[in-house]
Design a protein. Structure first.
Length: 289
């Protein structure tokens, strides 16, 4: 029973194994970035940046079709451009960063959909928006694994400045010159992982595997290391379950993965011992001398 339901799909079909490997790479690279986005109260920034890569990926599609290299380069350029432009608008005008990102997000989404629609079909548009995790080839897997490796390495190097910036960014600015470097390197990691996640889950779903496991982990752990560990575990569990649901019930794989992550978040919200609803309602034990 367990063999047929869980193991056999991956044992019999290479596309399922490639999809699982791609999801593992995205989980290892994007989910820790999502934890820091949550700690920095920038979760909606991640959503805005996910849509910011769409025009660049669409231009890459317009030039070279569904080319991995062209769409990756286009997405990176567009994401970095929106990050820099929104920061510039915030610094030189009275508009706050959230409003600036929201404006660029809406423009980017509309422009990207328009560009894809001018040349491609509805199938191409669905590919860009929702990804094709079940159709990952070797080149896409190499890209995803490379992005995950780079992300883990950079996060390990900048772990302490990132933690300090989450706790007290003003203090970090006053005692170190690493504040600006840390901030822009982190934004670059966000864009890089969103571009990687875009190839597997599409622009609309990529941010889900970044934010939902991090949000769920918040109800199970208090330390940053614990948050990262739990978030990666949730992302992997969601990926495995979503792929199996997609296989057995013919569901779209990307939305199935994100929906499972959403269910885990909802369960964590209720049952999580670190601030969940039940933990808030239950009386706390008095301290004993």
């Amino acid at each position: 029973m367990i063999w047929e339901a869980v193991i056999q799909p991956f044992a019999d079909f290479g596309f399922m194994r490639r999809a699982l490997l791609g999801c593992i790479a995205v989980s290892l690279g994007a989910t820790p970035v999502g934890v820091f986005l949550m700690l920095r109260r920038m979760s909606l920034t991640g959503d805005a940046m996910a849509h910011a890569i769409l025009p660049g990926a669409a231009v890459g599609f317009l030039v070279a079709g569904l080319s991995l290299g062209a769409m990756t380069i286009g997405g990176l350029i567009a994401g970095m451009a929106v990050a820099l432009l929104s920061g510039l608008v915030t610094r030189v005008t009275a508009l706050r960063e959230d409003a600036s990102l929201a404006a660029f997000y809406l423009i980017s989404l509309a422009l990207g959909v328009l560009i894809v629609s001018t040349r491609g079909s509805n199938v191409d548009l669905m590919h860009v928006l929702f990804g094709t995790v079940l159709a990952l080839n070797d080149a896409a897997l190499i890209l995803l694994c490379s992005i995950a490796s780079i992300s883990v390495l950079i996060l390990a190097v900048l772990f302490r400045p990132l933690v300090l910036e989450c706790a007290d960014p003003q203090f970090l600015r006053s005692v170190s010159r690493l504040s600006a470097v840390t901030h822009f390197t982190f934004l670059s990691l966000v864009v890089l992982n969103l571009v990687g996640g875009f190839h597997a889950l599409g622009t609309l779903m990529a941010v889900g595997i970044m934010i939902l496991p991090a949000a769920a982990a918040r109800f199970w752990a208090n330390s940053i290391g614990g948050l990262i560990f739990v978030a990666i575990a949730v992302a992997f569990l969601s990926s495995l379950s979503g792929l199996l649901l997609s296989y057995h019930y013919s569901l779209p794989s990307g939305p199935a993965i994100i929906l499972v992550a959403g269910i885990v978040y909802a369960v964590s919200l209720v049952l999580g011992p670190a601030g969940g609803l039940i933990a808030q309602v239950l009386p706390r034990r008095p301290l004993q001398n």
